[in-house]
Design a protein around this ligand. Sequence first.
Ligand code: FAD
Length: 461
Amino acid sequence: MKKVAVIGGGITGLSTAYYLHKIIQERKLAAEIVLIEADERLGGKIHTVKRDGFIMEVGADSLVARKRNVDPLIDELGLREEVVYNATGKSYLHTEGKLKLIPEEAVFGIPLSLQALAESELVSAEGKVEALKDFYTTNETFTKNDSIGLFLEAFLGKELVEKQIAPVLSGVYSGKLNELTIASTLPYLLDYKNQYGSIMKGLAENRQTFKSQGEKKFLSFAGGTSAIIERMEQALPDIEWMKGCKVSRVIRDGEQYTLDLKDGRSLVADSVVLSVPHQAAQLMLANESLNEDFAELIGSSLISVYMGFEVSDELLPENGTGFIVADSSGMKCQASTWTSRKWTHTSTNHQLLVRLFYKSSGPHYERLQGLSEEEMLQEAMSDLQQSIGQLPQPTTYAITRWMDSMPNYHLRHHEVVQSLERKVAQQYPGMFLAGCSYYGVGIPDCIANGEATAARVAELL
Ligand code: FAD
């Protein structure tokens, strides 16, 4: 009987175990699976906290609905009836001390019509006139290797870019727009400019491509996103579960691997899946020849603050689901979701539940990360009151610090992952790296990666 050790019980490790278990049963293979998780709780970055009538997703809050690879899994786990979608609504930008509507007829803040440009609350009359040059200038010099920031400014004007487009895009691309190339961000905008003579016209002509904007784009489950984790665990009663067991070292021992656990125990496996963040994999392997590659995988940090109140969420701006923050705003957070509005299942009786995000790319992060829970809560209350007005103290809250946990796929990322894969295959036959550090951050990507990893492990059984 061969033993496969899956280390890490986040969505990637669980998906690997789930699909591998299926293959073992279908092909009647003589193999067993042990899943080892450091925490007592499975799920890793998927973590639903239910408290005082609120559902708070302190990690990931949803799955992108258009990624269809998750559909069969949802059905197999009996979760179809539990699926909930985000409510669609208006997004705001907090700028110059107040919330202003981001024009609805816009993609990444770029207006799709003259009317959308004319009606914007975010740009002055001069800024709007400047943006019109997009319709009568032609592109003579820009290629996809040029800066996206400079490209947008050249045709849409500095003010529209600074006040309306950059704040929206900064939520998607955390780097400064002037330091990112057109190729690595929105290459089709250059094609549109060349083909239609105007970025705005090109976007408008292709608006179908961006139709999902404003539609039900995300899904979760009535009992919270962790439902997918719970159902996967329930679906695997006959694998071995080792929760609350941290693996400290993985040592190759001929054709097998010895896994040393932090509590002093050890176990032997024929095949190992390292579905842990890359920092943990690096520590477990303690292999000089991999360190350079591991060091090139970088992650950013985030503090998530939820606050639940005894007041109704009707006090929020009509149909609004949250806001992003412009640099000029003076607030410390970078974005806020009005959770009870966007996800109605998260709050009984429509009581106000909000979430604020403090990213490590933000100017105040260094100070904020040193604050106590109480101090952090005060900062969040201050941001909230600046944005939606006076509120009583929250009846519940959850502050979660995700240190170096959000992988940042830079331009060399793919190359670095390939180099690691080559070295691991050479030095550790039967061992596989998996998870968000390498192969995609979104939950559907992690599930797909788990399925692919299971197939590769099964080839060896
Ligand atoms: P993890 O979830 O990190 O799992 C790794 C597991 O390994 C953990 O359980 C950890 O405890 C365990 N482990 C670590 N070291 C050891 C050890 N030595 N021994 C044993 N076990 C160990 N994605 C979306 O699709 N939608 C979202 O809305 C979304 N929002 C997000 C919000 C936040 C704040 C964060 C942090 C991420 C978000 N993501 C979102 C991304 C997504 O949640 C992650 O990419 C995904 O959950 C990662 O899964 P994973 O299994 O690869 O890694």
